[in-house]
Design a binder for this molecule. Structure first.
Ligand code: 2IT
Length: 445
C-alpha cells in the first residue's frame, strides 16, 4: 500500500477536509504492515473502496423559530460502509458540523462498530443547527424538519441513527416520533429512544460506563487498580456524565469537568450531588460549566483553559475531536499521567498521540474506549427486533463482555515486541480486518 499516493489522491478529491483526512491517515498508517501481507486486498482495492463513503445524503432543513421566522440549516447523512450490517451511527447537532467532520465520524464509526462484535455498519449524520439557547418547541420543530429530509433513507435494516453531540433522548424522541408518522410503522429505527417506546435500559449510561469498563481492563493488564486514582474528565454532556458516575462508583476521584467556557477543578472530587448537577447544567442549554464553581465551594473555574494542565493519574477526554493537542499531551506527561483513554471520537491530535506513544504512556483511542455506546445501541436493535426489553443487569452484563472483548482484540493486534500495548494500532487493525474480510466475502460491489 502506498499511503502517500492514496492520501494525495484523497486530498485532491476532498480538498481541505482535514478531520476526514486525519482519520483516514491514522488508520492507514496502523494497518499498512498487515495490509501488505494480504495481496488479495490490494487486488480488490479494499482500501480505496473503504475510505470513500458508500453514499452521502444532503438536504435543506427549513423550520420556523418561536418568532415565526423562517430558519434554514443543512442536514446530512453519511452512510459510510454497510459491509457487516445496516448503517449505524449518531446524529450531531452543532454549529461546527460540516462534511469533513461527518465523514471522519462515519469512517471511525465503521471500525468502532466492527470492534463491538455486533452486526452494524458505519454512518454518521447531523446538521449545523446549534441547539444552544433554543426553546423546546424550536428543538422539536427542527427535529421534525430534519426527519422530513431524511426518513426515506432510514429503516431498521437500512440505517439506524442515534444521538451524538447536541442530540440526546429528547431529540431522538422527536425525530423517531416524526419518522414513525411518515413510515406508519413502529420499527425501532433510532436507538437511544425513551424506555416506554423501545429504548434500552443502560443506553444513556453506556458510553461512559463502557469506557470505564475498558479502563478497568487496561489497569488490570498493568496490574494496577482504579481505586484512589485521580481522573481529569473534559466535557459535561452525556458521555462525561456516565464516565464520572462509573469512575466515582469504582472509587476513583474525578477532579475536573469542562465546557466551551473553560474548566472546573474540584480537588475534593465529584460525588452524586455534583454529578446530578452536571445534568442540570446541560439542561440549562447555556453550554457553560462556570456556575459549578459558584455552587460548590472549594472548586475553581478556569476561564478559557483546558483540564489537561492538572496533575492526574488518568485523563479521559469526553468532549469533542482534537480537544487534546501536542502541548496538552506534553503537560500531562510532565505531570506524570499514566493512562489516557479517549472517550470522545478522535479526541487527541496526531501530535498528542505521538507524544503519548513515544513516552510509552498507555493511550487508547475513542473507537475502542467509547464503543460501549453504540454496542448498547446494537443491543437496543436486538431487543426491538425481538419485541422485548431486557433488564438493566442483562444489558450491563453484555456491555461488560463486549468491552472486555474489545480490550482483548486491542491486546491481540497491538502488543509490540517490547510488551507495550499500542491500543491505537490494535483497535485499527482489528476493526479493519473485520470490515476488509466482509468486503472480500461480498465481492467487488
Ligand atoms: O459516536 C458514537 O458512537 C455515537 N454517537 C453513538 C452511535 C450510536 O449509534 O449509538
Amino acid at each position: 500500500m502506498d499511503i502517500n499516493s492514496i492520501m494525495n489522491n484523497l486530498e485532491a478529491k476532498h480538498p481541505g477536509e482535514k478531520e476526514y483526512l486525519q482519520a483516514v491517515k491514522e488508520v492507514l498508517m496502523c494497518v499498512e504492515d498487515v495490509y501488505n501481507q494480504h495481496p488479495e486486498f490490494e487486488r480488490n482495492k479494499i482500501v480505496e473502496r473503504m475510505v470513500e463513503p458508500d453514499r452521502i445524503v444532503t438536504f435543506r432543513v427549513t423550520w420556523l423559530d418561536d418568532k415565526g421566522e423562517v430558519q434554514n440549516n443543512i442536514g446530512y447523512r453519511v452512510q459510510f460502509n454497510n459491509a457487516i450490517g445496516p448503517y449505524k451511527g449518531g446524529i450531531r447537532f452543532h454549529a461546527s458540523v460540516n462534511l469533513s467532520i461527518l465523514k471522519f465520524l462515519g469512517f471511525e464509526q465503521t471500525f468502532k462498530n466492527a470492534l463491538t462484535t455486533l452486526p452494524m455498519g458505519g454512518a454518521k449524520g447531523g446538521s449545523d443547527f446549534s441547539p444552544r439557547g433554543k426553546s423546546d418547541r424550536e428543538i422539536m420543530r427542527f427535529c421534525q424538519a430534519f426527519i422530513l429530509g431524511l426518513w426515506k433513507n432510514l429503516g431498521p435494516d437500512r440505517d439506524v441513527p442515534a444521538g451524538d453531540i447536541g442530540v440526546g433522548g429528547r431529540e431522538v424522541g422527536y425525530m423517531y416520533g416524526m419518522y414513525k408518522r411518515l413510515v406508519n410503522q413502529h420499527d425501532g429505527t433510532f436507538t437511544g429512544k425513551g424506555l416506554e417506546f423501545g429504548g434500552s435500559r443502560i443506553r444513556p449510561e453506556a458510553t461512559g460506563f463502557g469506557a470505564l469498563y475498558f479502563v478497568q481492563s487496561v489497569l488490570k493488564t498493568n496490574k494496577d487498580d482504579i481505586k484512589g486514582k485521580t481522573i481529569a474528565i473534559s466535557g459535561f454532556g452525556n458521555v462525561a456524565w456516565g464516565a464520572a458516575l462509573k469512575a466515582t462508583e469504582l472509587g476513583a476521584k474525578v477532579v475536573t469537568i469542562s465546557g466551551p467556557d473553560g474548566y472546573v477543578y474540584d480537588p475534593e472530587g465529584l460525588n452524586a450531588e455534583k454529578i446530578d448537577y452536571m445534568l442540570e447544567l446541560r439542561a440549562s442549554g447555556n453550554d457553560v460549566v462556570a456556575p459549578y464553581a459558584d455552587k460548590f465551594p472549594g472548586s475553581t473555574f478556569y476561564a478559557g483553559r483546558k483540564p489537561w494542565e492538572q496533575k492526574v493519574d488518568i485523563a479521559l477526554p469526553c468532549a469533542t475531536q482534537n480537544e487534546l493537542n501536542g502541548d496538552d499531551a506534553h503537560q500531562l506527561v510532565d505531570n506524570g499521567v499514566k493512562y489516557v483513554c479517549e472517550v470522545s471520537n478522535m479526541g487527541c491530535t496526531p501530535e498528542a498521540i505521538d507524544t503519548f506513544i513515544s513516552s510509552r504512556i498507555i493511550y487508547a483511542p475513542g473507537k475502542a474506549v467509547n464503543a460501549g455506546g453504540v454496542a448498547t445501541s446494537g443491543l437496543e436493535m436486538s431487543q426491538n427486533a425481538m419485541h422485548l426489553q431486557w433488564s438493566a443487569e442483562e444489558v450491563d452484563d453484555k456491555l461488560h463482555t463486549i468491552m472486555r472483548d474489545i480490550h482483548e482484540q486491542c491486546v491481540k493486534y497491538g502488543t509490540e515486541p517490547d510488551g507495550y500495548i499500542n491500543y491505537m494500532k490494535g483497535a485499527n487493525i482489528a476493526g479493519f480486518m473485520k470490515v476488509a474480510n466482509a468486503m472480500m466475502g461480498e465481492g467487488v460491489c
